[in-house]
Design a protein around this ligand. Structure first.
Ligand code: SF4
Ligand code: FES
Length: 379
């Protein structure tokens, strides 16, 4: 495949320099034992037989390091579902990358974790709830909480720096203080508290999961108080509920500006949900070098710069701050990837969106639509 040089432009028509990616998310597999109702895997999963091999990952990590990537996040699905995880992680390490493992913990034995000692620099462990009743219900996996706590103990014994990734929503947000306490007890250096993003699978679970405005406001107070109390000991990253915000976040720090994702089958994406955007063309790392894709790939250049921005973004003072918000959210909520992110208070769709979110948050429907993985056999 050939790529024509594309020069992104700003709103005045000046060329915009393409920066270097700092981080790469390596989705090793879409397989996962959990069935979270807010799963961020695409609706169309990559088949096991299409997954990149460990040798292919090794080549990708070298290309990424040459391109300027500093850290790789080994993710999924559940990376422990790959039997060759240690080999893959070692290849990332050999390429000189900082290696972060993102896991639910399910699938690890103590021996498998110990194999990663000296290879993996940091572990992020997901948290679905503060006790077995909540965590097993949300993850759709009986016994997950007990196993996760066992894995957390091994992580501490081995000495991996640990971040807890708590995904929060209406069902567990009232227990945020206990989540922060748990992170402290586990000796975490950081806890990331991220409110569910309602696109992809989570869109099917808006009624049971949408936080109330009161919860979102209280969560901010809890985070601010905990940040003061834990300063110098533990960092708290907080991703607030989009639907209650005034302005959207700068998703991915701006499209195609600092990070990229590799799907299990080698498709290279500007963000994990980019395949939900109709009409974008994606390259596969099996066909095109990573540097070419990053610089000239059609999907990567689709929303670079600010020349493409619609009104009211084009004349907004925040256009270089959030770049019109999240493209995947615009696709999901406005059915138009070029639209102003509807979570922005200046979007014409915002009033409707807020009214819907309020109605969903008031719902007493708690039936979850789980994300179960289809069973597949390697042939
Ligand atoms: Fe951001 Fe556009 Fe909203 Fe301005 S109008 S805050 S640029 S999304
Ligand atoms: Fe794709 Fe925000 S998740 S741009």
């Amino acid at each position: 495949m050939t790529h024509q040089p594309v020069i992104p432009q700003d709103i005045q028509g000046n060329p915009v320099r393409v920066g270097l990616p700092m981080a790469m998310l390596a989705e090793l597999t879409h397989r996962c034992p959990l069935a979270c109702p807010y799963c961020s895997n695409p609706v169309e999963l990559a088949r096991v037989n299409s997954e990149l091999t460990a040798a292919e990952w090794g080549d990708i990590f070298r290309q990424a390091a040459d391109l300027g990537v500093l850290q790789v996040h080994l993710s999924g699905g559940e990376p422990a579902s790959r039997r060759d995880l240690t080999e893959i992680a070692a290849a990332a390490r050999d390429a000189g990358l900082y290696v972060n493992l993102i896991t639910s913990g399910i699938g690890f034995t103590e021996a498998r974790l110990r194999e990663l000692d000296g290879i993996v620099d940091h572990v992020q462990l997901s948290l679905q709830g503060i006790d077995a009743e909540m965590a097993d219900w949300i993850s759709g996996y009986g016994g997950s909480f007990a196993r996760k706590m066992q894995v957390a103990e091994w992580i501490g014994q081995i000495g991996f720096p640990l971040t807890l990734n708590a995904v929060v929503h209406r069902q567990n947000l009232d227990r945020l203080p206990e989540m922060i306490d748990l992170a402290e007890r586990l000796g975490c250096r950081r806890i990331e508290v991220a409110t569910v993003q309602f696109h992809g699978w989570a869109d099917l679970n808006r009624r049971p999961l949408m936080p109330t405005l009161a919860q979102a406001q209280r969560a901010r107070e809890i985070v601010n108080e905990a940040r003061r109390r834990l300063r110098g000991r533990m960092v708290i990253d907080y991703v607030p509920a989009d639907h209650h915000a005034t302005y959207p976040k700068s998703c991915m720090g701006g499209w195609g500006s600092t990070g990229l994702n590799i799907a299990p089958d080698g498709v290279v994406l500007p963000c994990h949900a980019a395949q939900t955007i109709k009409g974008l063309e994606f390259d596969n790392i099996r066909d095109v070098r990573l540097a070419q894709i990053w610089q000239y790939g059609a999907a990567f250049n689709a929303f670079r710069g600010t020349a493409w921005l619609p009104e009211p973004c084009a004349s907004c003072e925040r256009r270089e701050v959030d770049f019109g918000g999240c493209r995947c959210q615009a696709m999901a909520m406005a059915n138009d990837p070029l639209a102003t992110d509807p979570v922005c208070s200046r979007s014409s769709l915002n009033a409707r969106l807020r009214a819907e979110a309020e109605a969903e948050a008031a719902s007493d429907d708690i039936a979850l639509v789980y994300r179960r993985m289809p069973k597949e056999k390697r042939t």
